[in-house]
Design a protein around this ligand. Structure first.
Ligand SMILES: Cc1cc2nc3c(=O)[nH]c(=O)nc-3n(C[C@H](O)[C@H](O)[C@H](O)COP(=O)(O)OP(=O)(O)OC[C@H]3O[C@@H](n4cnc5c(N)ncnc54)[C@H](O)[C@@H]3O)c2cc1C
Length: 422
């Protein structure tokens, strides 16, 4: 081998996207010897041209970002979500929340967090701000970051794994974690198969400014082509996730500014006054992917490398944060007990902890999308009934809010807002 050994420690994280950086920061803060690598420089990923999305972060995810020092860099950039309004929309009806004949489901955070300044249902943050905040944290805490460096492959040896980079350099650790996204090279290299399919839908994503304040309300309208979400950002701005079948989505995104404005107004309606785009328009083709296993010898998958889901419930990154919280706890517990954090026992604990939740959400969002993304009359009646019934039953509303907030099952300590350290 001609390259240098750049790092020798407990954990190497391959992929410094949202999930990878969250995991690496959590491990580093806990005292674990960890390094992260990414194919792109971290500041490229903070550019709006790179990722125009904003993410709804569940309140348990936010607790973890507070614990690992990322949230403090997001002051003034995170918008509290106080209410979520789910509406079974109609094509060309315009959007009339709460209007006559429209089936609504209203989630109000005061039902689960009643204090005046209690936790919101979640926070909306533009991904680029989260990336900048995480990169600042990495810099100020001295987390070893190797970027831009591309991982080519990973070799498992007895007692450690070796990550090979382009140019021949290597990093080695007891455990390698693949956070290299849905096309994960390390997942494929380890022979882990995945199930999945394309939805034939794409999400048109942009930021809009509107005349009236959104009051922290997130709206999700179910339309035949797919959900149309208006998600509150700081100021009088919202992030739109406008899902359509692939061809119409591409055609809408390619409209000239005036044509796009007309299409936007027809879909958005005027309940927030005048609306106009204030960002580039991005198009994301949507698909489902679920890895058959989340681990292999000396390897764990986390974030989109483990599963990629429909954004209908805004849970993809939240699942990555839950992976990071659980894996961090497994690694810290193993090291505290003097055990090997990359052993089969540690990997089995991680896989058991994360796989069921992932499969449930991946398949749940899949079914939800199938049920709601159509204009079938019988299904529309059934959906309306479902929304009204859920809306009428407080215990059902609270269950959905807690589930979306990530407060289900065996909650890792970081998601409870507790610190982890060796
Ligand atoms: C339209 C849309 C809206 C969404 N909204 C929400 C939402 O509201 N809430 C939510 O929780 N989730 C949401 N998601 C999902 C969320 O965006 C993803 O789950 C999340 O970005 C995945 O992060 P990741 O770090 O796992 O993967 P990625 O962001 O794909 O990061 C992978 C990283 O690995 C690096 N990499 C890849 N290959 C290599 C290699 N060989 N060597 C080195 N580095 C490599 C890449 O450069 C990249 O930085 C949405 C998704 C879409 C499409």
């Amino acid at each position: 081998m001609t390259g240098k050994l750049l790092f020798d420690g407990d954990v190497v994280v391959s992929g410094g996207g949202l999930a990878g950086l969250t995991l690496a920061l959590a491990l580093h803060r806990a005292g674990v010897k960890v390094a992260v690598i990414d194919a792109l420089p971290l500041d490229t990923q903070a550019d709006i041209a790179f990722d125009g999305r904003a993410s709804a972060l569940a309140y348990t995810s936010w607790r973890m970002l507070e614990q690992i020092g990322v949230a403090k860099h997001l002051k003034g950039q995170a918008q509290r979500i106080e209410d979520i309004l789910v509406v079974d929309g109609r094509p060309l009806d315009g959007l009339k929340p709460g209007g006559p004949g429209v089936d609504n489901l209203h989630f109000d955070r005061r039902e689960i967090h009643p204090r005046e300044e209690g936790e919101p249902l979640g926070y909306m943050v533009e991904n680029r701000h989260t990336r900048i905040a995480a990169a600042k944290c990495a810099h100020e805490t001295g987390l070893p970051v190797f970027a831009p460096r591309r991982a080519l492959s990973m070799q498992a040896h007895s007692g450690h794994g070796v990550l090979e980079l382009d140019g021949g350099d290597t990093l080695q650790a007891s455990l390698i974690v693949a956070c290299d996204g849905k096309m994960s090279r390390l997942r494929e290299g380890a022979g882990i198969r995945s199930l999945g399919r394309r939805y034939g839908q794409s999400a048109i994503v942009l930021t809009v400014e509107h005349e009236l304040p959104h009051e922290g309300v997130a709206y999700e309208y179910f339309m035949p082509g797919g959900p149309f979400a208006i998600l509150p950002l700081t100021g009088n701005r919202s992030s739109l996730v406008w899902t359509e079948k692939d061809a119409p989505a591409r055609a809408i995104a390619a409209l000239d500014p005036q044509g796009f404005q007309e299409a936007l107004e027809a879909r958005f309606g005027d309940f927030l006054g005048e609306v106009k785009p204030v960002s580039q328009v991005h198009v994301y083709p949507l698909g489902l992917m679920l890895a058959e296993r989340f681990t292999a010898e000396r390897l764990a998958l986390a974030g989109d490398a483990a599963r990629t889901i429909h954004p209908i419930a805004g849970q993809g990154f939240n699942l990555g944060i839950r992976d990071a919280a659980a894996l961090c706890e497994v690694i810290v517990d193993a090291l505290r007990a003097g055990l090997d954090p990359g052993s089969q026992a540690a990997l089995t604990r991680y896989e058991r902890w994360r796989k069921t939740d992932s499969a449930a959400l991946a398949l749940g969002t899949d079914a939800f999308n199938l049920l709601f993304s159509n204009d079938n009359t019988a299904l529309r009646h059934a959906r309306g009934l479902g929304l009204s019934l859920t809306n009428a039953i407080p215990v059902a509303r609270r269950f959905f809010m807690r589930t979306a907030g990530g407060e289900t099952g065996d909650l890792p300590r970081l998601l409870k807002g507790e610190a982890l350290s060796l």
